[in-house]
Design a protein around this ligand. Sequence first.
Ligand code: PEP
Length: 262
Amino acid sequence: MSKMPESTASEKLVIGNWKMHGSLRSNEVLLRALANGMKAVPPRLKIGVCVPFPYLAQAQALLAGSAIEWGVQDLSSHDEGAYTGEVSAAMVADFGARYAIVGHSERREYHREGAILVAEKAERALEAGLTPIVCVGETAEEREFAFTERVLAAQLSAVLDRLSIEQAASVVLAYEPVWAIGSGSSASVEDVRHVHAFLRGQLLAKGAAVGRIPVLYGGSVKPDNAAALFAVPNVDGGLIGGASLAADQFLPICEACTETPV
Ligand code: PEP
């Protein structure tokens, strides 16, 4: 059996994806609890929360100076102009944001976002100095028909083909099997091991520096499965949905990541 590529990632991340949840009042409680609960983050571990656009200023106000960074869950593929309802990467960067999730499966599915659009969004994020967190993942049906690798390779190559090696080396990749998101059951450690090794190989094929980008796992990560998932080779942290909405779940997940070496 050929040797699987292992993680050489330069850093680890735990990123919360709040999706369309929150209010000024509940966010304040959560953001303060996170900032207080995570006083210091070890070097080469990053913790962040990706909030709905209207709460960017609140995240900036309550997290600035803390160990926790903030970002958004989407952005426009355009720089500026007559694009009603869109929010540009530069606007997001104006609020001190660090991250922009692009290509989340909920946007691919409910907003019909295709691979090229996702690649354009990643490019806009990089141009504005943001770190795009590019999500890839297969549906249950694609998995059932053994199309996982084909689907992931197509989603990933659309992004990598558009970016220079320097740009691609600044991306964060997140493997989020669509069937695991919000289901309460994560992918198995064995599945994650296999898919992350495959993704690492795809990244390495673009260049050594690209091979070192962090690859996160997302899909029903909870305090009780985080340590096992983060210990899998080539898993460099997590993208956390539901469990990022409660400090008593998100903080232990972050803690589990501090215990696995970079
Ligand atoms: C997500 O939507 O990015 C996600 C990982 O959700 P959950 O953790 O709730 O499965």
